[in-house]
Write a protein that binds this ligand. Structure first.
Ligand SMILES: Cc1cc2nc3c(=O)[nH]c(=O)nc-3n(C[C@H](O)[C@H](O)[C@H](O)COP(=O)(O)OP(=O)(O)OC[C@H]3O[C@@H](n4cnc5c(N)ncnc54)[C@H](O)[C@@H]3O)c2cc1C
Length: 398
């Protein structure tokens, strides 16, 4: 007897360049490049906000809206700051993500790892793969700071017959993945997430580099860091820092992808384990363990890490409130004033979890305003309750 084909296999992926169901809000996560497009209305993060249901499915409970840390950082059972004793050269931070992925593979927990390498021609052009060797995982280290179609490999997962898989990805990718994970033919799925904000198309990235760095073509790595500066690393090993307050906001206002201007999943609420930096002191990575599957992954590398408890210092509220109209009007400070402001805020500004809250508040208020002005019909259903709670602390312009 032959089993009936699952219905998605009869569907057809969209052609490259064809309009996407989420239209301009598409984050190019790759889902519609596969036959899973059959489920797009339910699965796409920008067509169907369903955090409560997917949190329940992924973590066995929804985030507790009476607890400030859960409102901000999502369901979790542990948080810490960490860094590798021996950082992986060329990783985005110290390479905790790549190290976990390598252990998952070499200890036989999974048969493959969905991650994103770059093309031969362009170090920032994403090339999603299912890695099956440590070398292939290492080749995916460091951020490709552009929208990346990681889910375009989903058809290959089902066709490969793999039963145990690790997926590394950002929030919009993971939301769509969670919605169809039962249809991939897997026995066990592990999800290792990173936070993500202000992503850009490849063309947008070029504009950002050209307006912000002294040498855009030699940038190999950059990060918006906890000291309120963008840190660039160049091909020759030199570094360059630019204070956040010196960014040419007036020119950069429309550089971020509309999907990212409409996103409220900064902290990747549906991953089992999240590895970022924003809740940790400067120089450290920030780990959020959401459930036992996340703990199982972290346990594999604990002997490679220095750790310390999370800390929180300062009060972000005034700085966030003041930044709302400044951003809205595209205010750009002269560089001397930006550097001075950077120095002051670095000394007295929010640190640790309070820095993470500062960043979440600033982005959620901006994104709420963006949606209200550009997609008012989506506002109520698309903005999750935890984000409404965060935004309600501030006075927003019309
Ligand atoms: C676009 C983007 C924005 C981010 N913004 C923030 C932020 O605002 N705050 C914060 O705390 N952390 C943010 N992060 C996470 C942070 O920059 C680091 O990626 C994380 O701390 C892991 O560092 P690592 O050294 O352990 O990673 P590495 O060991 O270097 O591994 C990096 C992993 O990231 C994956 N990856 C690279 N580019 C992409 C992409 N475009 N989409 C999906 N996966 C990708 C690769 O597959 C690789 O496995 C962001 C990450 C990305 C990709």
């Amino acid at each position: 007897m032959t089993l009936a084909q699952p219905p998605h296999r009869k569907a057809k992926a969209l052609r490259p360049g064809a309009p996407r169901p989420a239209k301009e809000l598409c984050s190019e996560c790759g889902f519609c490049d596969t036959y899973y497009i059959r489920y797009v209305k339910d699965a796409c993060a920008f067509l169907n906000q369903q955090f409560p249901a997917l949190e329940q499915q992924s973590h066995g409970r929804q985030r507790d809206l009476a607890q400030d840390n859960e409102v901000y950082f999502g369901v979790h059972q542990d948080m810490m700051a960490a860094r590798k004793h021996q950082p992986i050269e060329g990783a985005q931070w110290t390479g905790i993500v790549s190290s976990i992925a390598i252990e998952m593979l070499t200890q036989g927990k999974v048969e493959g790892v969905v991650c994103v390498q770059n093309t031969e021609e362009d170090r920032f052009q994403p090339k999603p793969v299912i890695a099956t060797t440590p070398e292939e995982i290492l080749a995916a280290r460091v951020n490709k700071p552009t929208l990346s179609p990681n889910l375009s490999v989903l058809e290959q997962v089902e066709q490969s017959g793999m039963k145990r898989l690790l997926v590394i990805g950002v929030g919009c990718q993971i939301q769509a993945l969670r919605a169809v994970q039962d249809k991939l033919g897997l026995e066990k799925l592990y999800v290792l997430g990173t936070p993500c904000v202000d992503n850009v198309s490849r063309a947008g990235l070029q504009k950002f580099l050209e307006t912000t760095s002294r040498s855009p073509d030699t940038v190999v790595h950059y990060e918006f860091m906890q000291d309120f500066r963008v840190h660039f690393k160049h091909e020759d090993g030199s570094t360059e820092t630019v204070p956040f307050f010196g960014l040419k906001t007036n020119q950069l206002k429309d550089v971020f992808a509309p999907s990212c201007m409409s996103c409220f999943d900064y902290v990747n609420g549906l991953a089992d384990l999240v590895v970022g930096y924003m809740g940790a002191p400067f120089g450290w990575q920030w780990l959020v363990v959401r459930n036992q599957t996340g703990q199982e992954m972290l346990d594999l590398v604990m002997d490679q890490l220095d750790t310390q408890p999370v800390m929180s210092q300062g009060d972000r509220h005034q700085a966030v409130q003041q930044s709302i109209p400044a951003y809205d009007k595209g205010v750009t400070l002269p560089m001397w004033a930006a550097k001075l402001m950077g120095l002051v805020i670095e000394r007295i500004g929010p640190k640790g979890l309070e820095y993470a809250r500062f960043s979440i508040d600033s982005h959620f208020t901006r994104n709420y305003l963006y949606l209200k002005r550009n997609h008012p019909e989506k506002l109520d259903a698309h903005v999750p309750d935890f984000a409404k709670q965060i935004v309600s602390q501030y006075q927003l312009p019309d």
